[in-house]
Design a binder for this molecule. Structure first.
Ligand code: KIV
Ligand code: ZN
Length: 390
């Protein structure tokens, strides 16, 4: 069976970063971008360059740093936004301008105060300008899932005629259901894309806890790019979680014959690194990367797992990069053990940083029997107060 290739568009540094408690300094964005590249994402959406000087600088920095990955910058369908994004992306190995406008009646009436005809014109002229200023253009119809489907197809068709290579169908408010979303994707595929060289992307929010399920249903219906974030961070209840999506595909390849470029062993390090940057970690029972995701408490489960892990485990901790024996660090551990645990957690610390952390680690280990990954995150280099806020 031939496997369908799914492109992973990571928006941790844009949709994720714009949510409460998730703002990041420039250096933090760069280290997260490096980890996303190690993970193997196809596109890194590095920010919204027109939104602030900090966002502009982070897109420039990520474009300079990540040479294997397409770098995207978000903009409204406004010429000044597009010029600013093009400027930020000019050194990217491959640049993508991601331009969006809302298409639902409620957004047109109350937010944009525009007619449908005006929105079609805005989309077409923005995509045309963007295609003259970047390697490729993605067009998003914000609130697509609450838009009139005929109008949605009209806007998408105008975007394709103007040069869009990716059409994104966002479930901006996390409202849709898997079967409904699959139908919408199939309609866009049939009525707009046909045999053209244009990809359909999906971008799901998690307000009803359905972001990953909706994304998977959309892939089955014809989408070939999925937008997601590490730990599922993002506006309100967040975006589709990258690690959940990837592991669902990996574990259920019998039903979902898809492949991506993701190295699953980098999922846990990516999650840990992000937790150390933003102001909250993941809940203990979070799928794939939560502290309890592979913990077995009940005696009957422990017995089963000891006899054969497959009794209660559908994937191994190692397959997602959870370090073995995650509680062995104590006051007798040396610098090498400490450094290697930090590496497993996604940190690339230099000798000076290890030398600075080590005495604090020993002092902590003196007070606590075991030093856990969460403790190491707390000891990790603090935000540089002189860093530029993004
Ligand atoms: O949720 C949304 O609609 C977005 C768009 C800008 C793609 O984030
Ligand atoms: Zn979004």
């Amino acid at each position: 069976m031939t496997e369908k290739r799914i492109a992973i568009f990571d928006t941790t540094l844009r949709d994720g970063e714009q949510s409460p408690g998730c703002s990041m300094y420039l250096e933090e964005k760069i280290s997260m971008a490096r980890q996303l590249e190690r993970l193997g994402v196809d596109v890194i959406e590095a920010g919204f360059p027109f939104a602030s000087e900090g966002d502009f600088r982070s897109v420039v920095a990520v474009a300079n740093e990540c040479r294997e990955t397409t770098i995207a910058g978000l903009c409204r369908t406004v010429a000044s936004d597009i010029h600013r994004a093009a400027e930020a992306l000019k050194t990217a190995k491959r640049s993508r301008i991601h331009t969006f406008v809302a298409t639902s009646d409620i957004h047109l009436e109350y937010k944009l105060k525009k007619s449908r005809a005006e929105v079609v014109d805005m989309a077409a002229s923005a995509v045309k300008l963007a295609s003259e200023n970047a390697d490729e253009v993605e067009f998003s119809a914000e609130d697509a899932t609450r838009s009139d489907v005929d109008f949605l197809c009209e806007v998408f068709s105008a975007a394709v005629e103007s040069g869009a290579k990716v059409l994104n169908v966002p479930d901006t408010v996390g409202y849709t259901l898997p079967s409904e979303y699959a139908n919408l994707i199939a309609t866009v595929k049939e009525r707009v894309v046909g045999d053209k060289d244009v990809a359909i992307s999906v971008h799901c929010h998690n307000d009803l806890g359905l972001a990953v399920a909706n994304s998977l249903a959309a892939v089955e219906a014809g989408a070939s790019q999925v937008e997601c974030t590490v730990n599922g961070i993002g506006e309100r209840a967040g975006n589709a979680s990258l690690e959940e999506l990837i592991m669902a595909i990996a574990v259920r390849s019998d039903k979902m014959p898809y492949r991506s470029n993701i190295d699953t062993t980098q999922l846990y390090p990516a999650s840990q690194l992000l937790s150390s940057i933003v102001s909250f970690g993941v809940q203990p029972n979070k799928a794939i990367v939560g502290r309890n995701a592979f913990a077995h408490e009940a005696g009957i489960h422990q017995h089963g797992v000891l006899s054969n892990p497959l009794c209660y485990e559908i994937m191994t901790p190692e397959s997602v990069g959870v370090p073995k024996n995650s509680i062995v660090l104590g006051k007798h551990s040396g610098r090498h053990a400490l450094e290697s645990r930090y590496q497993a957690l996604g940190f690339d610390l230099n000798d000076a940083q290890i030398a600075e952390i080590y005495p604090r680690f020993v002092a902590l280990a003196d007070r606590k029997k075991n030093v856990y990954d969460q403790d190491l995150l707390a000891l990790a280099p603090v935000r540089n107060p002189t860093a530029i806020a993004a």
